[in-house]
Design a protein around this ligand. Structure first.
Ligand code: ADP
Length: 268
């Protein structure tokens, strides 16, 4: 784990001296490893839905004179291709976020608006499960950042909360402002996360066994996208959970300092 990669160059300086140049390449080796893992994981994750699409297409052809069968296979085909499209979209999003630590835009973002949009985007699915989305807390919080990315992050947290919650339950989205920090907490009454998996849920492609076996159609990329967005905004994300009782994911972001922002803007 603690290996250091040194790139060493040796040169002779005349008869009496040797010049040794050592360059620490640990970070670039690590990044290369991360990239290789990512590509390997992508290939693995895409194989399953692509294989399923192929099999379903074959099944459709051979069932062509049985309308009921055709309907059933076509439905599953649609579902698998939607899943494929979603995973691809998430992979693109994540690799874009991983490519840079810096934000390409930093506007003054109204958190109430972010919450309203993210809730709106999840409303139809929540309603179909009779899940109540309730928002509240401090109004008027602002941060500097990329509104679209922040909406994506909160959207993912709410979508997960819905995904892993029972029919008729409640999901709270609370905003609070304290000591220069804006906190957005998403609390559900769902299945929860076992303690030994709490650290791992933010890893790329990580899905817990129950999630996999319920075949919820996820990719295991949602939370790692959230983590990247939050880190790019200079914030962090925490999770608290009690298996069987629910989970709370809390995003913490530095509150916008209008004075600093204004002077930055003036020099930009
Ligand atoms: P996905 O939901 O596509 O599987 P995520 O990266 O969003 O991928 O989440 C990773 C895993 O974390 C999920 O598979 C699930 O096991 C767990 N998880 C995430 N959010 C919740 C939640 N609100 N309640 C319970 N488990 C969750």
């Amino acid at each position: 784990d603690a290996a250091i990669y040194l790139f060493v160059r040796v040169a002779r300086l005349g008869a009496r001296y040797i010049l040794l140049l050592a360059e620490d390449r640990t970070e670039s080796y690590r990044l290369e490893e991360v990239r290789r893992d990512f590509v390997a994981n992508i290939s693995h994750e895409l194989k399953t839905p692509i294989g399923a699409v192929g099999l379903l297409a074959e099944a459709l052809v051979s069932a062509s004179d049985e309308p009921e069968q055709v309907k059933r296979f076509a439905k599953r085909l649609t579902k698998e291709s939607e899943r494929l499209a979603r995973i691809t979209q998430e992979i693109i999003e994540l690799s874009r976020l991983q490519a840079t630590d810096a934000l390409t835009r930093a506007d003054l973002v109204d958190i109430d608006h972010v919450v309203a949009v993210a809730i709106d985007q999840n409303r139809v699915v929540a309603d179909s499960h009779r899940i109540n989305l309730v928002s509240g807390g401090d109004a008027g919080a602002e941060v500097f950042g990329d509104e679209t990315l922040l909406v994506t992050a909160l959207h993912n947290l709410i979508a997960n909360a819905i995904q892993y919650s029972p029919e008729g339950s409640r999901i709270g989205i609370g905003v609070s402002q304290r000591d220069g920090i804006v906190e957005i907490a998403v609390t559900d009454q769902g299945v929860g996360i076992p303690e030994d998996e709490l650290d791992r849920v933010f890893e790329r492609f990580f899905r817990s066994d129950p999630a996999r076996s319920r075949n919820t159609g996820g990719s295991g990329l949602g939370l790692s996208i959230v983590k990247h967005v939050v880190q790019n905004h200079g914030g962090d994300i925490r999770v608290w959970s009690q298996p069987g009782n629910g989970s709370t994911f809390t995003i913490r972001l530095p509150e916008a300092n209008r004075a600093v922002g204004a002077s930055l803007g003036a020099h930009a």
